[in-house]
Design a protein around this ligand. Structure first.
Ligand code: GLA
Length: 739
């Protein structure tokens, strides 16, 4: 509920368990009052009354006035600390007054309250909205507070969209040029958050290719800490989400945790700031690096949404809010409306560039026999792409690989009862390709400089509308021609020379181009599904999830490494978006050998996929695969739609225990994997959560064998007993269902 008190000019945003309040001060600035937990007995109507002196310091104290917590901090009003916006104007929009110097460039912005509106609508997705259908369309309220510069012709609207049931507020800004000259914004974040003094424990993730989502817990110290991406994708080295809490006062299951996640897939930045007052601020949005925003007269620029929230149930509660929000409000629902993600087979680890009709058909027949529902042909099906050195960009089926075309393979896959999926990497080109030979100027480059290749490829210039248009026609034609149900959309490099016809706007133009391609393709082919992949987990964020169905978390499919990668992923993103494969016993990347049980135990924590060379497995092994796939199909509704409780984390006792539980407590999946287990140590048995105390649960294992029955009360107090025989690589997965 949004409430405005006209007397005190105080805004109250009341959510399920949290409040957010700010006020217009005597000088018409928007000043933050507070963000926190609501008292448990507070009614909907209870509001913060506002204060007569919002900012308690005497204005003559020049050193402290810079600490004023403006909702939108602008350069000029504040210069000493980080600001939300910094703008430049070519001239003053009124004649100079006496005593004003004519040669002073104007590079400040003052924002003063003008008016507000509250809209109630069912707009899906984020700002800017994508228009694709989502699961929950219950109307939500959006508060728009209009602020104007008293001198310059610039209006900024601060937007707050509420999803009260998850204690989430989406924040974004709209920059409008109401004058006659272009305005340049040196930087503009989506929002600046004011967190209570002492909220210094930061949870975030870092990593690299094949080592994504490593959880990092650190302490903010006075000054700034920057987490960012400086390429045209989200990046492997960091991911745009965070948790913040007072050290020692929050944990996995309890305590107040503030969280934020950016709905953007390009060059982004979070700046965490601890002021000398010990107040904490978080500025999140576009990365200002090499990037200005020019807004021409009459235009409006909308920033991406910064999804922010508060959990009263620790880090686990923050994850569950983000997961539910993503499932209900973000992920597009394809026209066929299937609510569960299919079991996929991908041929990359089996055949790499050595594709043929024969080997794909053989794999497809075996895949169908063990229960696979979607068969995806990976890299190497097109142009001269017999290795990663040539052919990318020539998205035409290769006659060398498929002499009869792709149609016979597609027909066979469909006859086997599976859907057909195809790998593409539309944003890239190999210099050794027909596309590059025809359009060498279509790639990012600086004239007169070498074009740095990475994996032998260059990045197409999405600053050119004709490139995006060309790709749309091509991809749309592929979907139509081969009845493609699923694209694995890859992107395998970072940018080195960001030279574009769009200038520095390329950072945003690239993301806009990718989003528009995906949105238009889905609109034109409403049953099409897309997986976002970028050399593994390089493009995973809430922006890409608004137009894709799932993501590839990492190229690393080693079960032990996956324990950590997937735990980090689970902090922000729901299981139903995480494609996870079972691959060979002997992992090709780490050389580690792991049991089939462990590999499945990890892969069923997300959307199950198979990447093994099925043609080299014995019938006994294939029977094992089939039995696990059948098990997954029995429990996947719980994994993909249930709440996640991380009952035990790897950093605690070397084992990871996840419980997935349907919201009504009727079914759950208990999943234990052990990374390390020092001999002589005992890990405690964590109580389960979210079940019904009075109910009796039937507990079955992966083979469907009934192990025992237990009451919800027993399970939520004593948990499952651990075993002395646990060892690195040990796993157990159990299905609990009310009798
Ligand atoms: C990337 C992907 C892999 C695979 C290869 C194909 O590395 O992450 O899964 O598709 O490209 O070249």
């Amino acid at each position: 509920m949004i409430h405005f008190d006209a007397q005190t000019r105080t805004f109250n945003l009341n959510l399920r368990a949290s409040y957010y309040a700010f006020q217009v001060d005597a000088e018409d600035r928007l000043v933050h009052l507070g963000w926190g937990r609501r008292p448990d007995d507070a009614g909907e109507e209870q509001v913060v009354a506002g204060q007569s002196a919002v900012f308690p310091f005497d204005r003559s104290w020049s050193f402290v006035v810079q600490f004023r917590p403006d909702e939108i901090l602008t350069f000029g009003d504040v210069t000493t600390y980080q600001t939300t916006i910094k703008a430049r104007f070519p001239s003053l929009s009124r004649p100079l007054a006496e005593g004003e110097a004519s040669h002073v460039p104007i590079r400040d912005l003052r924002l003063r309250y003008s008016e507000y509106t509250i809209a109630t609508d069912s707009q899906p997705g984020y700002a800017p909205v994508h228009g694709l259908p989502v699961r929950d369309t219950t109307p939500r309220q959006t508060l728009r507070v209009v602020l104007v510069d008293p001198v310059q012709s610039c209006t900024v609207t601060a937007c707050y969209r509420l999803t009260p049931e998850h204690d989430i507020i989406e924040r974004w800004l709209e920059l409008e040029n109401t004058g006659r000259d272009a305005i340049t914004f040196d930087h503009c974040y989506s929002a600046s958050l004011h967190l209570p003094n002492g909220c210094t424990e930061l949870t975030s993730v870092n990593g690299s290719w094949a080592r994504e989502f490593c959880i990092q817990r650190s302490q903010l110290t006075p000054g700034s800490h920057v987490v960012e991406s400086r390429t045209v994708t989200t990046g492997h080295n960091a991911n745009p989400f965070f948790f913040l809490n007072n050290p020692g006062s929050a944990g996995e299951h309890d305590g107040i945790v503030y969280f934020g996640a950016l709905a953007y897939s390009g060059s982004w930045q979070f700046t965490f700031e601890q002021l000398p007052t010990w107040d904490i601020r978080v500025h999140g949005g576009y990365n200002p690096f090499d990037s200005t925003i020019t807004v021409v007269p009459g235009d409006i620029h909308r920033t991406p949404a910064f999804v922010t929230g508060l959990s009263t149930e620790g880090w686990g509660g923050a994850s569950r809010s983000l997961h539910a929000f993503t499932r209900e409000r973000v992920l597009p629902v394809p026209a066929h409306g299937e609510s569960e993600r299919p079991v996929l087979y991908n041929s990359w680890e089996a055949t790499a560039f050595d594709l043929s009709y024969e080997n794909q058909v053989l794999l497809a027949r075996t895949a169908a026999a063990i229960g696979v529902e979607l068969f995806c042909v990976d890299d190497g099906w097109f142009g001269g792409r017999r290795s990663d050195r040539a052919g990318r960009g020539d998205w035409v089926v290769s006659a060398d690989v498929f002499p009869e075309g792709l149609e016979p393979l597609v027909a066979e896959i469909e006859r086997l009862g599976m859907k057909f999926g195809l790998w593409v990497e539309p944003e890239m080109v190999n210099p050794d390709s027909d596309l590059y030979r025809a359009h060498p100027d279509w790639v990012l480059h600086f004239p007169g400089r070498p074009r740095t290749e990475s994996r032998n490829q260059l990045v197409l210039d999405f600053g050119r509308p004709e490139v995006v248009e060309y790709l749309f026609d091509l991809l749309s034609d592929l979907v139509r021609r081969y009845r493609i149900a699923f694209f694995k959309w890859d992107m395998n490099r970072m940018v080195t020379e960001p030279g574009s016809v769009a200038g520095t706007a390329i950072w945003r133009a690239h993301v806009k181009g990718v989003y528009s391609l995906m949105d238009r393709l889905r609109e034109a082919h409403p049953t099409l599904e897309i997986q976002s992949c970028s050399g593994g987990g390089g493009r995973i964020d809430l922006g890409i999830l608004a137009r894709t169905d799932q993501v590839w978390a990492s190229d690393n499919t080693d079960a032990f490494d996956r324990m950590r990668i997937q735990e980090g992923f689970s902090l922000a993103y729901p299981a139903r978006t995480m494609e996870a494969w079972v691959t060979h016993e002997h992992n090709h990347m780490t050389r580690r050998v792991t049991s089939l049980q462990l590999r499945f135990a990890l892969a069923i924590r997300g959307v199950l996929g198979i990447g093994s060379s099925l043609d080299s497995l014995s019938q006994e092994e294939l029977d094992g695969y089939a039995s696990y796939i059948a098990f997954y199909k029995r429990i996947r509704h719980v994994i993909q739609q249930g709440h996640l409780y991380r009952l035990q984390r790897l950093d605690e006792y070397g084992s990871s225990i996840h419980e997935y539980c349907l919201p009504d407590g009727s079914e759950a999946v208990y999943s234990l994997v052990v990374e390390t287990h020092p001999v002589g140590s005992f890990r405690p048995d964590p109580p389960l959560r979210g079940l019904r105390s009075n109910a009796i649960y039937r507990i079955t294992d992966e083979q469907g064998t009934e192990l025992e029955s237990a009451s919800g009360y027993q399970l939520m107090t004593l948990g499952f007993p651990g075993e002395l025989k646990e060892y690195p690589g040990y796993s157990r997965t159990m299905h609990l269902k009310i009798r």
